[in-house]
Unconditional design. Structure first.
Length: 371
C-alpha cells in the first residue's frame, strides 16, 4: 500500500502546501488547530478539489490537476469516519451498517458478521443511535465505513468528541484495524497520546506546510519539533514485547533492545507486542548508575544530541542500544553534570510514567502521582 500526496490549495490568506508519502498502517496527520489537517484529509477523500497537485493511492491516481483527473468521492472506495458519528437517527444500528454496504458490488462486499464481532457491537444491532453512548456510536460509524469495502480508511479526529474513558474504549479497535485487518488508515489528530499509540507514519503540519514526515518513532524524537508538538509531544516511542507478568505487583515486564522495562500491567500474553510512549518530561538523567531509588527503570545510553535551550529547559536525545530516548531537564542540571554529546549517562524512568495502553491517564492522573 502506498499513499503519495503533493497538493497546494489556497483558502483566502491561508495556503496549504503538502507533500509526503505514506504506506501501510496508520499515517497520522498531526498539528495544531488551523494547520491544515482536515483540509488535507478532505482533499484525499474527494470532498475538496485542490488548486494543484496529485493524490495517488496504491498506484491509483485520484487527483492529477495537470492531467485533468479528479475521481468523484463516491468512486474512490474510501471509508470516512468523522468527529461525530453521523449515523442515520431513524435507522437501527443494523440498517446503518448495511447502508454503506449497499453501494458495493455483490462480489466485492465484505461479510458483516466478522466486522460486527471485531467491533463488539452485536448486542447493539436492533437499537437506534439515540440510545447509544458516544463510543458505541463511533464503533458503529467505523463498522459502516468498513462495510463499504474501502481501500483506505480516513479518520478525521474520531475521538475528539469523546471523554477519556470513551477514547480508551475505542483505541483498541482502531489498533485491531491496523494490525489484524491491515487496512491502511489516514488519521487526523492533535493528540500526542493517540499519535504515539497508533501512528506508523507521522506527518507534522504547521501553518499549511509539512514540517516533518517519516516513521513515527523517528519524528517524535526530533528535538527541533518541540515548538510544534508542545511540552507533551517530544519523547520516545519504543516497540517491545511482553516478557513476563508480575501479578503480585501489577506490573508487566517488557523486553526492548534497550533492556527490560517494568510498566503498569497490560492485559497481553507473553510474546505480544507492546508500544511504549515515554515523555521527555518523565526522564531523569544521572552521570553514574544510581542506587536506592524507588524508580524501577534505569537505562544506560549515550548522549546523541542536545537541543537548543527554551527558557530554563533543554532537551537531550539519547541512544540506548539503538533505541532513542529523550529527556527534558534544566540548563542548570546540564551544566552541573557537564553533559555533552558522546557521554554515557543513565536515564531514570518511573514505571508509572510509561503510557502503553491508556492515553487518558496523563498529567494530573492518580497514576502519575505514585512511584
Amino acid at each position: 500500500m502506498s499513499i503519495d500526496i503533493d497538493v497546494t490549495h489556497r483558502f483566502g490568506a491561508f495556503r496549504l502546501a503538502a507533500r509526503f508519502t505514506g504506506g501501510a498502517g496508520v499515517t497520522a496527520l498531526f498539528g495544531r488547530s488551523g494547520s491544515g489537517k482536515t483540509s488535507l484529509i478532505n482533499i484525499i477523500g474527494g470532498l475538496l478539489r485542490p488548486d494543484r497537485g496529485r493524490v495517488v493511492i496504491d498506484g491509483v491516481t485520484l487527483v492529477d490537476t495537470d492531467r485533468g483527473i479528479f475521481v468523484p468521492k463516491h468512486r474512490r472506495r474510501l471509508g470516512y469516519v468523522f468527529q461525530e458519528a453521523r449515523l442515520f437517527p431513524h435507522m437501527s444500528v443494523r440498517r446503518n451498517l448495511l447502508y454503506g454496504r449497499g453501494f458495493v458490488p455483490a462480489g466485492e462486499r465484505v461479510a458483516v458478521e466478522p466486522i460486527v464481532a471485531m467491533l463488539g457491537i452485536g448486542h447493539l444491532l436492533e437499537r437506534r443511535p439515540a440510545g447509544l453512548s458516544g463510543g458505541e456510536k463511533q464503533r458503529v460509524a467505523i463498522g459502516r465505513a468498513l462495510l463499504a469495502s474501502p481501500r483506505l480508511l480516513l479518520m478525521d479526529e474520531p475521538l475528539a468528541a469523546l471523554d477519556e474513558s470513551r477514547k480508551g474504549e475505542i483505541l483498541p479497535y482502531i489498533e485491531r484495524l491496523r494490525d489484524e485487518m491491515r487496512l491502511p488508515i489516514v488519521y487526523v489528530s492533535h493528540s500526542v497520546a493517540e499519535v504515539a499509540r497508533l501512528a506508523t507514519t507521522l506527518v507534522v503540519l504547521n501553518a499549511g506546510e509539512v514540517a516533518a514526515a517519516g516513521p513515527a518513532a523517528e519524528v517524535m524524537q526530533r528535538l527541533d519539533l518541540s515548538p510544534l508538538t508542545g511540552p507533551e509531544g517530544t519523547g520516545a516511542v519504543i516497540d517491545g514485547t511482553v516478557a513476563a507478568q508480575d501479578e503480585r505487583y501489577g506490573l508487566t515486564l517488557v523486553a526492548t533492545p534497550a533492556g527490560e522495562l517494568r510498566i503498569p500491567s497490560v492485559a497481553k500474553p507473553v510474546g505480544a507486542p507492546v508500544r511504549l510512549h515515554i515523555r521527555a518530561r518523565d526522564v531523569m538523567l544521572a552521570d553514574r548508575r544510581p542506587e536506592g531509588l524507588s524508580a524501577l527503570n534505569i537505562i544506560a545510553g549515550v548522549i546523541a544530541e542536545i537541543g537548543s535551550p527554551v527558557g530554563a529547559a533543554v532537551e537531550i536525545r539519547l541512544d540506548c542500544q539503538g533505541v532513542p530516548l529523550v529527556a527534558r531537564l534544566t540548563r542548570l542540571s546540564l551544566d552541573r553534570l557537564g553533559l555533552a554529546p558522546g557521554r554515557t549517562v543513565f536515564a531514570v524512568v518511573k514505571a508509572v510514567s510509561f503510557l502503553p495502553e491508556e492515553p487518558g491517564k496523563r498529567e494530573g492522573s492518580a497514576a502519575d502521582a505514585a512511584d
